[in-house]
Design a protein around this ligand. Sequence first.
Ligand code: B12
Ligand code: SF4
Length: 470
Amino acid sequence: MRMNHQLSLVWIDTLCEYPIYGEIANTPLYNSSHDVSLPLAAVYLSTFLSRHRPDITFKYHPRRLYEADGVPRPLAELVHDGDVVLTSCSTADSLDAQRILSAAKEAGKITVIGGIYPRFCHTTIVDWGTADYICTGEGEMALLAIVDQITGRSELRSIAGVATSHVPRPASAKLIDLSALPDPDYEGFPLKSFATYMNSAYILATRGCPAPCHFCTSARLYGYSYRMRPVASVVREVNDLYERGFRKITLADDTVLVDHSWATELFTELSNHNPGVRLKIRARADELTAEMIRIMVDAGVEVVQFGVESIQLSTRLSMHKRLEQESIQRAFDLVLSTDSLCANPLYMLAYPGETWEDLDANCAYIKERGADRRVITYISFTTPYPGTGFSRTIRRSGGGVVLTKDLKYYTNKFPVFIPASLLTMSVDQALNDLVARFNDVAECVNQSFPTQRRVPQEFFDEIKIHHVDA
Ligand code: B12
Ligand code: SF4
C-alpha cells in the first residue's frame, strides 16, 4: 500500500474497568490514582519512530486521562486523527482495545496493536478481524517495519514478531540492542496533566528476566533474555523527568539487579547525579545484598519491591520460583534494617498445588510481616492469563476450575481460578473460604490506602450467572 501524503499515526489508550488503586494522590505510594498512567510504550515507540521516520506524525490520545478528568471523548471521533490507529493492552483491558480497533476499522483506518496481551493471544486477536498488524514482542523494529511497509518503502512480506491474518504465527523477532535506542523523548506528552494522577513516573532501564517462574507473563515478553540500557541514558531520563516535575520515579523493570556490576554503576551514577528524586525499584529477593542496599539508598531508593509469592517452599517449587527460605528472610532483614527504606513484598494466593494448610500458613506470614508500617503488602490471586504456558498446563492437567473467562476480571485482584488442591469442598464453598482469607489479610496489612481491598460484589453476581447459564 502506498500513501501519497505524509503518514499520520494516532495512539489511543485503553480504559481500565477495575483499576487497582482509587484516589491515592499525595500518599507515599508510588502508584497511580485510578491506574491513570502514561504508557511507556507510546513514549519509547514514538521516540524511536521520530528518529528513523521523521516524516511520519504521531498523535497521542490519553483516553484514560480524559475519562478521569471528566471529559471523555468518543472513540469514533479520536480514530479520525490518524491514518493508522495504534493501541496497546494487557489482558484486563483487552476488551477495550477490541473496541478501539473496531471503531478504527469502521472509519476505514489501518490498525496496529501490541503489548502483553497480544504477546500471548495474537491468534485470538487475528480472530477479532479488526487488527491489521499485531506486535507480539518488542515494538521498536516491528513498528518501523510496519510503517515502512504501509508507506511502500519495503515489500509486503511477513515481518518477524508481527502477526497478521495471513501470518497468524510469525517468526520471533531479533532482540534489540538497547544501546542503539535513542533516549525517550517526552516532548508533546501531557505530563503535567498525568502528574495529577501519577504519584510516580516510570522508567524501563532493563528488559527481561532470566528466572523461570511459571506464572510470570511480563518477563516472557523478552523471552529469557536480560538486557540493560546504557547507564548514562537512564540517568538522563531521571533528570529529564525531574525537570518535567516528577519527584518520584519507579524503575518498572522486572528486576533491576540481575547484573550487579551494571546496577552498581547505575546507582553510583544516580547518587552523584540525582537531582532530587526518590526511587522505587523491583528486584528478586535473592539478588539483594547489604552492599547493593547501601548503594541504592545513596542513590535515592526508598521502596524495594520483591516477590515472595508464598512462604511455603512447596508452593514456590511448584511455581518454579527458585527462591530459598533464607533469601526471603534476608531480603526483609536487609531492607528493614535501613530506616529510610520500605519493603514491598508481593504474594500470590491459590496457586496450583497449594493446600488449605499452605494457604493459612502463607496468610499468617503475610499478616505478621505486614504489621510493620514499613512493609507495603501486595496480595494477588493466581491468574491463568490466556495464551500462556501456565494456563495451558492447568487446562491439560485438570489443575483447577476457571470461574470466569471474562477478561475484565483478569487484574489479579479477582479469584478467577481455584486450584484443584483447594477443591476439597464445593467450588462455591472454596471460593467463599478463599475470599474470606483474602479479605481478612487485606484488612490487617498495611496496604493503607483505598485500593481494591475487597472483591467487588458484581464479580460474585456474574459467577452465579455463569453457573446458571452452564
Ligand atoms: C508500569 C505498569 C503499570 C502502570 C502503567 C501501565 C501503562 N498504561 O503503561 C499501571 C500502574 C497503571 C499499571 C496498571 C495495571 N497493570 Co501493570 N504493569 C506495569 C509494568 C510494571 C511495566 C509496564 C511498562 O511500562 N513496560 C515498559 C513498556 C515499554 O513495555 P510494554 O508496554 O510491554 O511495550 C513494549 C512491547 O510490549 C511493545 N508494545 C507495547 N504496546 C505496543 C503497541 C504497538 C502499536 C506496538 C507496535 C508495540 C507495542 O513495544 C514496547 C517496547 O518494546 C508491567 C510489568 C512489566 N515489567 O512489563 C505491569 C503489567 C503490564 N501490569 C499488569 C497488570 C495486571 C496491571 C493491572 C491490570 C493490575 C495490576 N495488578 O497492576 C493494572 C491495569 C492495567 C491497565 N491496562 O491499565 C500485568 C499484566 C499481566 C497480563 N498478562 O495482562 C503486568 C505484566 C505485571 C504482572 N506481571 O502482573 N501497570
Ligand atoms: S523473578 Fe519476577 S520477573 Fe523474573 S520470571 Fe520470576 S516473577 Fe517474572
